[in-house]
Design a protein around this ligand. Structure first.
Ligand code: MG
Length: 455
């Protein structure tokens, strides 16, 4: 029988006290501590009500294996990642369920370079966990516990060194920040105040029940932000997810822009300043990213979907910029991880340097229209369907890193991807017209259905 999984796409995650209990957290931490082997580890948590409980459980598990724990308290994931690298810890653990609703929590393990551990390293921890091979220390060899204060300020101070502070300060931007009642509110407003911005805050008080909005920065959760930006005639709105590694922006007209568009804004400016660079992005990203790279002389390196994969690829090929359609931008000079506050500083810098509003910067981009689809498919048939489909599609411009991404000569594209979480295929089409995108979804839904009937 295959061993069950402890780690999902982004760490260990589950509903509090049902799928993820303090007992599991202690056991996971003894496995993590055994994996590291009596090292110095930094622990932090986001604003969820269960954060302190799990941080204590993880601290107990880690110190039981002889690891010394430095408690950083409440912090955005990228602030903890930066502190691990900056203070030369051997690794770290952040207690967060990122964008999930408040009843969830999770455990992410960070390597000494500040990047989440690879899936191979996760498997090693899973083996220790499920085979109960954690090595508990003798009573006189237990790890020690310490406090580490100030990591959030160190993080924002570092971000400031990567942007033109004076150029931004001169503009006196008015920014509306929606921190989702979580940790983004600890770092982004002070950072932007230092950059000379006037801040209006929404959902700024820390409250782990997330009373303001759900922590996923999707358009349906951001209406209040969009309306506030428009009503106050602010220059920009920014919303973070629960652990503030992703940021979604609203332009001065109140229009919400999803991650591909702001990534393309950052990408264009980056390539103007650093032509011939390599850019890392998952196959789920828009053709807009390829277009921007082609126009401004960059090379796209595609990866599977998942932020850890993007970070690991950036590290491997020494790329300095990565991005995802969900609002995760990875700025290598600071750190090769998704980073909401760093992204906000970059967007402000681009607005300051170009003298353009976000709506103007987005309007300069080629427009693509997106349609999505989903078809039910039993788990055991996913691979067979994919193989059959690929046979039928021979000769097309196709990438098979993660499902099948097909690019057509008219710049339309479709991604057909077996879902990682449910028995289904997901389809994402984009084209220069809405009609064409819808036609692609219809055509490929039909293709998948007919293959499904034959196997
Ligand atoms: Mg997140």
């Amino acid at each position: 029988m295959t061993q069950p999984k402890l780690f999902g796409t982004n760490g260990i995650r589950g509903t509090v006290n049902t799928e993820l209990t303090p007992t599991m957290a202690i056991n996971a931490a003894t496995a993590i501590g055994t994996f590291f082997g009596k090292k110095n580890l930094l622990v932090g948590y986001d604003a969820r009500t269960s954060g302190p409980m799990f941080a204590k459980a993880v601290t107990a598990g880690l110190t039981a294996t002889g690891c010394n724990v430095y408690n950083a308290g409440m912090a955005p994931t990228p602030a903890l990642q930066f502190a691990v690298k900056n203070h030369k810890f051997d690794g770290g653990v952040i207690i967060t369920a990122s964008h999930n609703p408040p009843q969830y929590n999770g455990i992410k393990v960070i390597w000494k370079d500040g990047i989440e551990i690879s899936h191979e390293q996760e498997t090693k921890i899973e083996n220790i966990y499920f085979q109960e091979k954690a090595k508990l220390a003798e009573w006189n060899q237990l790890g020690t516990t310490h406090e580490l204060t100030n990591i959030n300020t160190e993080y924002t101070e570092a971000i400031k060194t990567y942007v033109d502070i004076q150029a931004i300060q001169q503009k006196h931007f008015h920014v509306v920040v929606d921190a989702a009642n979580s940790v983004g509110g600890l770092t982004a407003p002070p950072l932007m105040r230092d950059l000379g911005c006037k801040i209006t805050s929404l959902n700024a008080n820390i409250d782990g029940t997330f009373p303001g909005r759900m922590p996923e920065p999707r358009p349906e959760n951001l209406n209040e932000l969009a309306q506030t930006v428009k009503a106050l005639k602010a220059d920009l709105g920014v919303a973070f997810d629960g652990d503030a590694d992703r940021s979604i922006f609203v332009d001065e007209t109140g229009q919400i822009h999803m991650g591909d568009k702001t990534f393309a804004v950052v990408l264009k400016q980056y390539l103007l300043e650093h032509p011939n660079s390599q850019i890392v992005t998952p196959v789920s990203s828009s053709t807009l990213i390829q277009d921007t790279a082609d126009t401004y002389k960059g090379t796209i390196v595609w990866t599977k979907v998942g932020s850890v994969t993007v970070s690991q690829k950036m590290k491997e090929i020494k790329a300095n910029l990565g991005g995802e359609e969900n609002g995760g931008i990875f700025y290598g000079p600071h750190q090769a991880v998704r980073d909401g506050a760093m992204t906000t500083a970059l967007i402000l810098e681009i607005m300051a340097k170009t003298g353009k509003s976000l709506s103007q910067l987005v309007a300069e981009q080629p427009q693509y229209f997106i349609e999505k689809g989903k078809i039910e498919c039993p788990e055991d048939k996913k691979q067979k369907i994919l193989d059959k489909l690929l046979e039928q599609l021979k000769g097309l411009n196709i990438n098979t890193l993660d499902g099948a991404k097909i690019w057509f000569p008219d710049k339309s594209a479709i991604l057909l991807r077996p879902s990682g979480t449910e028995p289904a295929f997901r389809l994402y089409a984009e084209a220069r017209t809405q009609k064409k995108a819808a036609e692609l979804i219809a055509e490929y839904t039909k293709k998948l259905h007919s293959i499904l009937q034959t196997i």
